[in-house]
Design a binder for this molecule. Structure first.
Ligand code: NAP
Length: 247
């Protein structure tokens, strides 16, 4: 399937590893230039940028903590200047601070909301005028089935991911008439650094009808499809990719 993304520029937050890297790779394979953000691991970001460049597209990594409004604004401005256009935004950066409610500190709650939810808001707000003016664009928010089902030990995380779903639908209602679609992807257990402690966990595996965890590449392929012209009729949607776990 040719998704026809050549000549476009995508911003992917948290693109240096895990699901974000796989999204960058899926888009780069379709000819899309990539500007990705990372938070702290510059060496990993450099390695990721080098691997993505092998697809013959322009790639640049930016250190940007999305929870800080000014950093998000400067990153979007720098990307617009360097690449000349912004067609796609994938809000993927996310963190966990899992604890039962009675042991959860105020900062465990606010840090997760700030990065996962407010960070996505900052990025959307900064690309909004660019996409609205171009009357074209794709925004994808990486939520989670935790935001659909809730999860013990994740009151902060599930609240942030449920918030992203509300944000997705509101942005879709504001922007779809101006040619910009906005959708959420809700992954289940995907093999990344975030979930490495679960890969051999029998209870987790038996709760997934497909009987395995998903791969970042499976999420990347879905994101690339949603970014393509073929997905122009999908907006305000939440697509689970979870091996059937939340059905
Ligand atoms: P990961 O392997 O932990 O990677 C996180 C990425 O986000 C890294 O590139 C990291 O950069 C970056 N990042 C962290 N904090 C950031 C910040 N404040 N600002 C900008 N970038 C930041 O995560 P993952 O498992 O691939 O998950 C990616 C997304 O999918 C998250 O939103 C997560 O909630 C969601 N998700 C994951 C799963 C799963 O099973 N893995 C399931 C459902 C949803 P540094 O390396 O520089 O810190």
């Amino acid at each position: 399937m040719n998704l026809n993304l050549s000549g476009q520029t995508a911003i992917v937050t948290g693109g240096s590893r895990g699901i974000g890297y796989a999204v960058c790779e899926a888009l780069a394979k379709e000819g899309c230039d990539i500007a990705f953000l990372y938070a702290s691991n510059a060496q990993k970001a450099e390695e990721a940028a080098a691997s993505l460049s092998a697809y013959g597209v322009r790639v640049k990594a930016y250190c940007c903590h999305v929870e800080h409004e000014e950093e998000a604004a400067s990153a979007v401005q720098a990307i617009k200047e360097a690449f000349g256009r912004i067609d796609i935004l994938v809000n993927n950066a996310g963190i966990t601070r899992d604890k039962l409610v009675n042991g959860m500190k105020e900062t465990d709650f606010s840090d997760v909301i700030d990065v996962n939810l407010k960070g996505a808001f900052h990025m959307i707000r900064n690309v909004y005028p660019i996409m609205a003016r171009a009357r074209a664009g794709r925004i994808i928010n990486i939520s989670s089935i935790s935001g659909l089902m809730g999860n013990a030990g994740q009151v902060n995380y599930s609240a942030s991911k449920a918030g992203m779903i509300g944000m997705t639908k509101s942005v879709a209602k504001e922007l779809t008439a101006r040619g910009v679609t906005c959708n959420a992807i809700a992954p289940g257990f995907i093999v990344t650094d975030m979930t490495e402690k679960f890969t051999e966990n029998e209870a987790v595996l038996s709760s997934i009808p497909v009987k395995r965890m998903g791969t970042p590449e499976e999420v990347g392929a879905l994101a690339a499809y949603l970014c393509s012209p073929m997905a122009a009729f999908i907006t305000g949607e939440v697509i689970r990719i979870d091996g059937g776990m939340a059905m």
